[in-house]
Ligand binder design. Sequence first.
Ligand SMILES: [Zn+2]
Length: 195
Amino acid sequence: MNIIKTKKQLCTCCMEEHEVKTVIVSEHTVFKGEKLRYDAEYMYCDLAEELYMTEEQIQYNDIQMKDAYRKKQGLLTSSQIVAIRAKYSISQSDLCLLLGWGGKTITRYESHQIQDKAHDMILKKLNVDPEWFISLLYDARGNLSEDSFRKYHESASFQYEKYRDLYLRKAIEARRIRYTKNRFLQAESNLAFQK
Ligand SMILES: [Zn+2]
């Protein structure tokens, strides 16, 4: 049990005002057949010597547990999904629109509902393929406001430039490696010839 905060407040465990601790507890559980370990947050009452959760902690701990499961399954965590969406500065409902998913799908995946492998693969592709994002954006243009379209287009273009530079650098690097290897092989065969 790790204490992260102590604050004088009304303790909803003993219903008295006193210093209440916020603590991190390492939890072990089995979920959908997977053994999981994750850090859960609790309140601790020194008077009753009891751990309890606020409503926010119940929500937070459930997501922590689901994220531990997602990691074990090789799926994106809820915060990774949030990060992909942030990369394109797109709203949850508009991203659903682009992908042809139900309007609340992304909202659910960013919290308690674990995405299946097929949806996960699409999100992973979107993460590294801004060109694909742009083509989806053009397909959905009629259903988006002009402002939103422009905003999403701008962030996707920025990502596209960034990835293009990265790919170019990688291609140059690959050529350099091939070149060095060829020269090495050539030097070796010259040596063999001289013998
Ligand atoms: Zn108390």
